[in-house]
Design a protein around this ligand. Sequence first.
Ligand code: ADP
Ligand code: MG
Length: 629
Amino acid sequence: MALLQISEPGQSAAPHQHRLAIGIDLGTTNSLVATVRSGVADVLPDASGARSLASVVAFKADGTADVGEAATVESSAYLPIRSAKRLMGKGADDLEGHWLAEHHRFDRSGSVPAFETAAGPKTAVAVSAEILAALKARAEHTLGGDLVGAVITVPAYFDDAQRQATKDAAALAGLNVLRLLNEPTAAAVAYGLDQGEALGAGSVVAIYDLGGGTFDISLLRLNAGVFEVLATAGHTALGGDDIDHALVAWLLEKSGLRAFPDDAARAEAVAQARQIKERLSAATSVDVDFVVNGESVWQGEFAREAFDALVSPLAERTLGLCRRVLRDAGVERDEVASVVMVGGSTRVPLVREQVSRFFDQDVLTDINPDEVVAIGAAIQADALAGNRPEDDLLLLDVTPLSLGLETMGGLAEKVIPRNTTIPVARAQEFTTYKDGQTAMALHVVQGEREMVSDCRSLARFELAGFPARVAGALRIQVLFQVDADGLLTVSAIERESGTVASVDVKPSYGLSDGEIESMLRDSMDLAAEDMQARALAEQRVEASRVLEAITAALDSDGDEHLSADERAAIDASVIAVQGALASDDRDAINAAVQALEKGSEAFVERRMNASVRRLMAGRDLDELESRNN
Ligand code: ADP
Ligand code: MG
């Protein structure tokens, strides 16, 4: 079996030399950066000791930007930008009815909406780039060296456009992306669930992530060190903010106020509510002094039970989504081997209790829930930078480009689309093109373009020795399998005879991120051109198929069924199709083929009748024989 191996560039790090790599949790509310030092993963605080960076950006007229708490001090006519993550990879259409559009003015003239700022229009990518640049600077300052790159986490449900936008933001920030990692996978990695005997093969892990404004529940299946995302569910407006608002309503009622005098007073109340909430995670009761516009309006004790009553409806809603994700994945509740708690709001004791009760087990909370994603990303970054022993390497990946097969006409048929989580197996059926064909040449290609000539050739092999049949009668199943190492095996089997052949390929490696990106860019830029090329190629294949069938029929019994004149007419049509095929004119080819098909209708019919007669004769004979026995 041929084994094509292409070495992976940049993997031969000098031994003993630690390469600086970071993990970044680019969050909706808060972002963090972490790294592995002396074998321990930890979050990097800023100069004042703050471990997280608020995902808030304020651009200034001189083009620079404040990031984090500093950005929340209103310094210009523009509101500081929050929650930019929600617009990553989104178009102007997605802004219709979006709550962000109520708070910000947007420039919608481009293909991507941009926040209006003192420094001009800024896209979500540009905003995220500022956050990433701030975290990069923090890491470089703390670690005192150049970074080889970063692992950046994204929600498991992020689509291609959202992932690409995240990569674009990193490029703008001057960060080399070692890999994008799903947030739930990062959390599982932080707990070492992929390592050693932590969990048995095939175990299912649930990642419960309740942040400030979003809830996500993901089910992952662990196989040979690889996490496969089985299903995700969630809500884009469910989180700690809801608790804050419930608490504000409660305080308002207690103090006998009907409403807040102004927005500033309301914002102040939300901040107080958040503080009370966070204090109650560590204490069973807190003393409250509720202040509105500098005036104390209510004082009293706030006990955990009263707080729990406010939190309970929120927790119940998240459990409804947990039920749904189990149903979607076809997994029973007791099959879940481990539950990882992620997000600041899972510090709320009632949330932990409810989730533990739901899954009937202790949930994992040892690692700070708001840091666990960044920690996992740092561990993955450390491995990708080559700082870990070979056998400790993490094997989490997706296919960076589509994998497929060349079909007639030089077209690329995608079997495994890009960004599919590995390991993966996909099968597709193909058939023969010519009558009597007994072998098939299989050409494995990688890329997004429609024509094989624009894709990257990975391997060629042959499936030979299957029985001769008319074109289209045989079923050849081609199976693409990518294992946890990214090793592709393509095998083909002809069903009737059981003829098999296969080839192993090592895809994706050998291509730099830059090459992958330019292949992707080409596929988008040239999409229209490609469609034309594909349509022409398909037309050609169809024409050749008709030509092939008719000339074969003419050769075998043309003279038996056709007069000399009829034969000459069909021959002329055949020549016309051959002539048209030499051109690049789809319409001309189409017209010539139609004329040929029309002109040979009578011939085809006569042949059919003759073969039916032969068949009937054969049947009679068979029946006679069986009666004699
Ligand atoms: P995101 O992933 O959306 O960026 P985080 O995971 O950082 O958000 O979670 C932020 C939320 O966690 C906020 O609503 C915050 O009030 C809440 N939170 C943080 N610490 C605590 C705590 N000790 N108790 C309760 N809630 C907390
Ligand atoms: Mg988060």
